[in-house]
Design a protein around this ligand. Sequence first.
Ligand code: ATP
Ligand code: RIB
Length: 307
Amino acid sequence: MSKRTILVVGSLNTDLVAKVDRFPDGGETITGRNFSVHCGGKGANQAYAASALGGSVAMIGQVGEDGFGAAQIANLSSAGVATAGILRDPKKETGTAFIGVDSSGENRIIIVPGANGTLTPNQLQVECPLFQQASLLLLQLETPLNTVAKAIKLGRMHKLTIILDPAPAAPLPDEWLESIDYLTPNLSELNLLVGDSLVETASIESITASARKLCTRGARKIIGKLGSRGAVLVTPEATTYFPAPKVQAIDTTAAGDCFNAAFAIALDRGNTTHEAIRYAVAAASLSVTKAGAQSSMPSLEDLSNLE
Ligand code: ATP
Ligand code: RIB
């Protein structure tokens, strides 16, 4: 494996997806339109997408010793991801995500971590050679926070570019903000990180003001993911807005994962931050036009057809 590997440390989930016209209220039962099962999990989605876009990708994560876990590994392998770092916990089931997708493509997700929740910092230490071979590290928060902390430490030690998706939202220590290169929250994650309550229609100026609070705590580059509005890059010095193309959204599940993977691939190919964000916005807008998580990830060919 060359030194140009993109390493993903993160989760693998079986996504159990119900399509609904609208989400139920508390205590209400509604009838869904259809049900499907997809390979998902933020880590696995990022690994799959980066590989589909032509990257050399390895993943560290953990599944159970069940059929779902085997299916996850097989799906990633078939996409070209190096899966030797995906461990099996005989005592836990593979992670599961219960997902509702409404008629506008929006989703509501409940995850049960299973074997993602028992991935330990020590297991990362054992997989240290994968860090040595990598140039860039993709992280999310669906594995234990002390394991993510260890990944950041190993990433720094091996001088990797670190991109952290703070999802699902959790408070982050300042030490993390100082150690990573890019933080990629969506609006609700940004709100939780800084204690604000921005709404979907918040102005770019107010989003910038929120993101700058993270800069004062040590963050260098924050990429706010704004759904159909696109993305915004906030640094201590400047703000740049990247609008998304108008598309017919079928299912936005994993759009953020597609964004992070495409951004990583473009950066790793030597593009500037701005060029990489443009590429990520284009890739993610394609992903929302298809159903599912890994099943919605665009290929290199899909993206070159856009140019
Ligand atoms: P996820 O559903 O994976 O948690 P997220 O909430 O992290 O996603 P979003 O902002 O919803 O992130 O989506 C990531 C990116 O996908 C956006 O920055 C945008 O570029 C693209 N995107 C999302 N929704 C749409 C849409 N309806 N139309 C066009 N592009 C979209
Ligand atoms: O980001 C989308 C992912 O979040 C889904 O695939 C689901 O598994 C949850 O982890």
